[in-house]
Structure formats: structure tokens, C-alpha cells
Design a protein around this ligand. Structure first.
Ligand code: SAM
Length: 287
């Protein structure tokens, strides 16, 4: 629907379908006409690409993706939106709506079945109550996707795109850097949504890295170490890591010293490569 970025058209569609927003589902729909084309433009960089959208709302971003991508598969949990989408997306034959919870969808199967070897990107204005779980589920499964271009809360954008070894860094930051190359694209003010949330937003893009780009002995172990370290982020790393791994503190301190890292280091001060060397050496100590 060409007019879907027009606020009066959006209001009319919602009123006609007697649609009530669900706060629990993070339903803040975009009404700023300049934002969706930008997200779609940044996300779908080749018309041969397929796109997965998470959370359609009434289809404002879906429309823009449908214009640019070869095929769009949009996963939306709220069945009340289906009759609205049937109307707002009626002119496109390259869009398929999957009425499911993104956290329960078998994504490897979906990619295989719906895209059949096509290059795929993810593009979405994410429901903020599950931003990190969605991003982690997309990355951890090592899905064959090129990039993830998503709108998230401004503070989440800063955390997800922070450099490892800085104050904004957390366990999720490390994981995002491990699986992808993150970049902040542009800010979006709270007034761009209906209803307006209490927070500002930002669009970020994660370029997914190839699987073999890090020299890691045991990936699960590495993430255990990182999570343990950030569980008490303001304290020295040695305490939580030795407790979680059941290692003597002196052994953990010794490994840090051996790597040239001060033994009073805190999780937020550790550099990306230091985490990897640290976990690789601790894995040997744990036998
Ligand atoms: N893309 C639309 C837009 O920009 O106006 C809607 C974005 S709104 C922030 C988030 C959307 O995600 C809502 O449509 C909501 O129903 C949907 N959603 C919430 N939780 C979901 C889940 N677990 N799986 C799939 N969709 C979900």
C-alpha cells in the first residue's frame, strides 16, 4: 500500500480493524515516513536478496522490503494483525507471513524451505522486550544470513555495538563481536512511533562473520568464561571465573599474568583477543 507511511492512513486502517496495541508484545509502530525506506535500503543491498522480517506491525517496513527484496518472509506473533496485513500487503506476491513466535520458529528449516539457497538478510524494527534474545538466537545458530539490520532501543544499540574492553561492554557485546561486525547506522527519535515509547531508538547493522574466523579451542567454554566474568563486572575477573570453573584463584591469576594482563583486571577492561587467549589457556587448566 503506497500510502502506508502516511499517519492518517495508518490511523484509519487501525481504527477500521479496531486494533488495540499490545504493550506486552512491544507494539510501537513506525509512523515516520523516512525511517522504513532507510532501514530497507541499508538492509537489502541487492534485489536478488531474500529478507526475513521479525514483527510486521501493520506492514510499514514489510512494504519497503517487498519493493527491494526478491522475497520477504515476515514472522509475526500477533494473529490480530493478519487481516490488516492481507490488506496492506495485497499488491505484493513476494511476501509470506508466518504467524509464529520468532523464538520458537525453526529458523534453519525456514531458511532452507523458503529461500532455497538465496542470500538472505534480516531486517526489523524489533520488539524491545526481547531484543538481545532475538539477536543471540539469530547469531548463535550460525544461520546462513548475510546481515542483521535492526532498530533497537538507543541504549541497547550502544551496548551491542560497543568495543570489547570499554565501559559499555557486556557479555552480549562480546558475543555480538564474536559472531559479527556491528555498526550503528542512525538514530530514531521516540516521536517516530505510535504509541511513542519512553525511549529513543537507533538502527544498527551486524555483518555476520564466517564461522572459522577465530582460533578458539572450545566455543561453549569461552562463553562460559565471558559470562562468568561479566556476572560481577565491577569486581576483578579472577573471583567469578575461578568460582564458576572450580579453579584455584592463583591458577587463574597465573594465566592472566602469563598473557601479560594485570591480575586485577575487570571484565569490562579485557580486550577481545585477550578473552580468547584467556579461555583457551583456562581450557587447558581445566583439562
Ligand atoms: N515492523 C512494525 C513497525 O515498524 O511498525 C512493528 C514493529 S513493533 C516494534 C514489534 C512487532 O513485533 C509487533 O508487531 C509485535 O506484535 C511483534 N512481535 C512481538 N513479539 C514477537 C515475537 N516473539 N515473535 C514475532 N513477532 C513478535
Amino acid at each position: 500500500m503506497e500510502q502506508l507511511c502516511n499517519i492518517s492512513v495508518i490511523k484509519e486502517v487501525l481504527a477500521r480493524h479496531q486494533f488495540q496495541f499490545s504493550k506486552a508484545l512491544g507494539q510501537n509502530f513506525l509512523i515516520n515516513p523516512s525511517v522504513c525506506p532507510r532501514i530497507a535500503e541499508d538492509g537489502v543491498r541487492d534485489p536478488k536478496f531474500g529478507a526475513i522480517e521479525i514483527g510486521t506491525g501493520i506492514g510499514v517496513l514489510t512494504n519497503e522490503l517487498a519493493k527491494r527484496a526478491k522475497k520477504v518472509v515476515a514472522v509475526e506473533i500477533d494473529g490480530r494483525l493478519l487481516p490488516i496485513l492481507a490488506e496492506t500487503l495485497s499488491e505484493y506476491d513476494n511476501v509470506e507471513i508466518v504467524n509464529e513466535d520468532i523464538m520458537k520458529v525453526d529458523l534453519p528449516a525456514l531458511l532452507k524451505e523458503k529461500f532455497d539457497g538465496m542470500e538472505v538478510c534480516v531486517c526489523a524494527n524489533l520488539p524491545y522486550y526481547i531484543t538481545s534474545p532475538i539477536i543471540m538466537t539469530l547469531l548463535e545458530q550460525r544461520l546462513p544470513i548475510r546481515s542483521i539490520t535492526v532498530m533497537v532501543q538507543k541504549e541497547a544499540a550502544a551496548r551491542l555495538c560497543a568495543q570489547v574492553g570499554t565501559r559499555d561492554c557486556g557479555a552480549v557485546t562480546f558475543a555480538v563481536r564474536y559472531y559479527s561486525e556491528p555498526k550503528q547506522l542512525f538514530p530514531v527519535s521516540r516521536g517516530s512511533f505510535m504509541p511513542a515509547p519512553n525511549v529513543d531508538s537507533a538502527v544498527i547493522r551486524l555483518e555476520v562473520k564466517p564461522e572459522t574466523c577465530h582460533d578458539v579451542k572450545d566455543e561453549r567454554f569461552l562463553f562460559r568464561v565471558v559470562k562468568a566474568g561479566f556476572s560481577q563486572r565491577r569486581k576483578t575477573l579472577v573471583n567469578p571465573v575461578s568460582t564458576v570453573l572450580g579453579l584455584n584463584k592463583a591458577v587463574v591469576s597465573g594465566v592472566l599474568e602469563e598473557l601479560g594482563v594485570k591480575k586485577t583486571v575487570r571484565a569490562e577492561e579485557m580486550k577481545f583477543e585477550e578473552w580468547i587467549s584467556f579461555a583457551n589457556r583456562l581450557a587447558e587448566e581445566c583439562g
